[in-house]
Ligand binder design. Structure first.
Ligand SMILES: Nc1nc2c(c(=O)[nH]1)N[C@H]1C(S)=C(S)[C@@H](COP(=O)(O)OP(=O)(O)OC[C@H]3O[C@@H](n4cnc5c(=O)[nH]c(N)nc54)[C@H](O)[C@@H]3O)O[C@H]1N2
Ligand SMILES: Nc1nc2c(c(=O)[nH]1)N[C@H]1C(S)=C(S)[C@@H](COP(=O)(O)OP(=O)(O)OC[C@H]3O[C@@H](n4cnc5c(=O)[nH]c(N)nc54)[C@H](O)[C@@H]3O)O[C@H]1N2
Ligand code: SF4
Ligand SMILES: [Mo]
Length: 731
């Protein structure tokens, strides 16, 4: 099997998934090595950043002539420490994927597109946006984008057009996690000193599949040095597989577990009193609140035995302050449950009791380099937009805690149906597949007068757009300077062109700069990407040429344990959140039921939970055939169900099941395993692609979004993506 110079074998060499298979392969004979050495002589190496997931690992890509040959992790990168995952390797092939969009496209009928020039695309989009703005006002425009890298320029673009409507995928991913930590410690995403920790607890976070290469290394270092690693998850996840202890919790009830852990630590007087006294606010109220949350009460809610809860509380208190309750991401503490925000707050309060902030082996607020900006005299910034977002984000009367720039993306279809949004730009985002209830999303997006999608393949969203502007593959383009966010030292890094674009495609930043004059906002884009990047690097004393050469540069400021500094209104870790108090929401964490629960006496009723797999990113990588092959070889598209529940329904391992919810129906084969809580079934989240243009991915598997009703969490507007009840039957 050969794809434009990359053989299946040399893909497997790099990929973790293929490592074992290689050792027995006969081609490692002398002739092969000699041939490879010869090839190596002709390789040239460019440092850049992977775009296979949000980690943006620094990598070094070798090319031979104009062909991509192989890649390896950049040894200086704090994020990935010279490592790369299977996706990173496999996605090198995406450059040569036949499904790529090869030039700008214009819709000329249902499912019919014609190729047009960039000039024509810019001109027509400019005219259409002008007309929509004149008729409906700039607030009828929106941008839905990826919240990394080029985000600042996309925000500049939509603000220059006079619209406040900049959305990201926050309400389908991380929002409660960010807001909860921001309320509690004044910053949205604590990192962790795993390697020096003595006790590490994960609550619905699985860094061995929702991969983070640096974190994984540090977690294993910590564990091997004697830390007790505990994973709380309704299912036996990959990180549970390397832990000393898996705590199988009833999904949606982690808040009860946290409140009970706090109860035990306070009752037994084993919390860090000095820390609480010096660095926290509102302990007495919190202590009073958790009086009723006994381990026996929590056992009822969570199905975790009370003895386990008491033991865990004692173990973590014993290890404190070198003890970590991980800050979360998408599972449990992300956009999953109605009580996710309270859960994050409770985890923050337990951290307060452990006195672990900024301590060796605890959580800390990672230092980040501060980038410079363009000179405002020569490059004017767009005037501030006074209107609030159409979805009510940031509006004191509606969603005061949702930051503008994040917004509530799954509200876009509703807003389009109501006529409040008329034209949208969607960048590096695929709401038709990644948002709940696709029928509703399609209906809403179709109501728009204009939809422009920037992608490199015909995603579900691109397939219904009016214009599709193809971005160059990430190995074919430059992006704006990136700062590392998951490392104890500050770093800057750069995505840069490794090979010339194969087709008539452009980097996103270039598209914005060229399109801006056609929309009357050229003055705000009167620079080049290099100019922008040079200005960003200036305060750091790094030149763009240096960064091009090195790929990653350390700019100092390593994190060291010491006094914690909290940026909350009180300057302390807030057991009682003054911000929540001000807006009349529960200011001290308290028990809140999940929105829905499976019916206790109905053998067919389950909660549907979901999660990542290490070799797929969201539903966007399954179109890569080696990654799909990994799924197929291992039969990893199946839905997990507990043996007792399966037996009651006459379902055996491998049988086909029908799942139905209030909004959708689908079929999947069963993986019968006691690695799952009996109350729920687990669906891997990477499948169910329905764009016919994605030939490898199309039609394989199902997606949780096909079963998820359109919810808006009352406080944060997020999609509560595990509040799904499904009925299961043997097909
Ligand atoms: N390979 C890969 N890596 C990725 C991504 C990817 O798609 N693929 N995506 C990136 C992104 S954007 C994100 S947000 C992160 C996500 O990273 P994670 O948050 O780790 O991801 P998930 O797999 O969604 O959820 C983690 C675990 O939560 C469990 N869970 C579900 N419900 C509950 C519950 O009620 N309680 C508890 N305790 N656990 C529960 C699931 O079984 C799952 O094992 O990963 C990032 N990294
Ligand atoms: N079905 C399903 N839905 C999910 C999730 C899931 O795992 N499965 N996860 C949830 C989470 S945690 C998150 S963070 C969100 C993420 O959801 P989204 O933000 O919608 O992101 P992705 O699904 O990663 O991919 C979006 C689009 O970006 C395109 N893309 C990839 N590379 C490039 C590029 O270089 N340039 C451009 N212009 N486009 C590119 C892909 O082709 C894809 O169409 O989804 C949430 N919803
Ligand atoms: S974790 Fe894998 S896919 Fe994600 S950026 Fe790193 S190498 Fe790429
Ligand atoms: Mo995410």
């Amino acid at each position: 099997m050969k794809t434009n110079g990359i053989t299946r074998r040399n893909f497997l060499i790099g990929s973790a998934a293929g490592g074992a298979a290689l050792l027995s392969a006969s081609y490692l004979g002398f002739n092969s090595w000699a041939a490879r050495d010869k090839a190596a002589e002709q390789l040239s190496v460019t440092p850049t950043l992977c775009d296979g997931c949000g980690n943006w690992c620094a990598i070094k890509v070798s090319t031979r002539g104009d062909r991509i040959w192989k890649a390896e992790g950049h040894p200086l990168s704090g994020n990935n420490l010279g490592r790369m995952c299977a996706k990173g390797h496999a996605l090198l092939h995406e450059v040569y994927n036949k499904d790529r969009i090869k030039s700008p496209l214009k819709r000329v009928g249902q499912n019919r597109f014609e190729q047009i020039s960039w000039e024509q695309a810019y001109k027509e989009i400019g005219e259409k946006v002008g007309a929509i703005k004149a008729k409906h006002g700039p607030e009828s425009l929106f941008m839905l984008q990826y919240p990394e890298g080029n985000a600042a320029l996309l925000m500049r673009f939509i603000h220059a057009l006079g619209s406040p409507n900049a959305f990201s995928h926050g309400t389908t991913c991380f929002l409660p996690r960010n807001v909860g930590w921001w309320l509690t410690v004044g910053a949205s995403k604590p990192e962790h000193d795993f390697a020096n920790s003595r006790f590490i607890l994960f609550i619905g976070r699985n860094p061995a599949a929702g991969l983070h290469l640096r974190q994984l290394r540090d977690i294993t270092l910590g564990r091997d040095a004697g830390a007790h690693l505990v994973v709380v998850d309704p299912r036996y996840s990959e990180i549970a597989g390397v832990a000393q202890e898996w705590v199988r919790i009833r999904p949606g009830t982690d808040l009860a577990l946290m409140l009970a852990l706090a109860h035990v630590m306070i009752k037994e007087n084993i919390y860090q009193k000095d820390f609480v006294e010096k660095y926290t606010e509102g302990f007495d109220e919190f202590a009073k609140k958790v009086e009723d949350y006994t381990p026996a009460w929590a056992e009822e809610k969570t199905s975790v035995p009370r003895e386990t809860i008491v033991r865990l509380a004692r173990q973590m208190a014993e290890a404190a302050p070198s003890a970590i309750v991980h800050s979360g991401y998408h599972g449990a503490m992300g956009t999953q449950y109605k009580n996710s925000l309270q859960l994050v707050r409770a985890v923050g309060c337990v951290s307060g009791l452990l006195g672990n902030f900024n301590q060796r082996g605890g959580p800390y607020l990672a230092p980040k380099p501060k980038l410079g900006k363009l000179d405002k005299e020569t490059h004017p910034t767009p005037p501030a937009v006074s209107a609030t977002m159409a979805d009510g984000s940031g509006d004191p009367e509606r969603y005061p805690l949702v930051p503008a720039g994040v917004g509530i993306a799954q509200a876009i279809p509703e807003l389009a149906i109501q006529g409040k949004l008329k034209a949208g730009f969607v960048y590096h985002n695929n709401p038709l597949r990644s948002n709940p209830n696709p029928a509703r999303v399609i209906e809403g997006y179709r109501k728009l007068d204009l939809l422009v999608c920037f992608d490199y393949v015909m995603s579900e969203t691109a397939a219904i757009a009016d214009y599709v502007l193809p971005e160059s593959h990430y190995l074919e383009r430059d992006d704006v300077v990136h700062t590392s966010s998951s490392y104890s030292s500050k770093q800057v890094s750069l995505r840069q062109q490794v090979v010339k674009p194969l087709y008539d495609t452009k980097p996103m930043v270039q598209i914005l700069i060229e399109m801006a004059p056609h929309l009357g906002i050229g003055d705000f884009f009167n620079f080049t990407m290099d100019r922008w990047n040079e200005a960003a690097l200036k305060p750091l004393g790094v030149t763009l040429n240096q960064l091009r050469k090195e790929g990653v540069i350390d700019v100092g400021g390593e994190w060291k344990p010491g006094e914690p500094k909290f940026q909350t209104p009180s300057g302390k870790l807030e057991f009682v959140s003054s911000t929540l108090q001000d807006i009349a929401l529960p200011a001290v964490p308290e028990w809140e039921e999940p929105l829905v629960m499976p019916a206790r006496n109905d053998p067919h009723s389950f909660r549907l939970i979901h999660g990542k797999q290490a070799h797929q990113t969201h539903a966007r990588t399954v179109n890569q055939r080696y990654l799909k092959e990994i799924t197929m070889m291992n039969d990893w598209g199946r839905v997990w169900i507990h043996p007792d529940r399966a037996k009651a329904l006459g379902i055996k391992d491998g049988d086909c099941m029908t799942l139905s919810s209030s909004i959708g129906k689908g079929r999947a084969r069963a993986r019968v395993t006691d690695g799952i809580h009996p109350d729920c079934v687990f669906m891997p989240s990477g499948y169910g692609v329905f764009s016919r243009h994605l030939h490898t991915a199309f039609g394989y598997g199902i997606s949780y979004n096909d079963f998820l009703p359109t919810y808006f969490d009352p406080v944060l507007g997020h999609n509560m993506s595990s509040e799904i009840i499904v009925r299961i039957e043997k097909t």
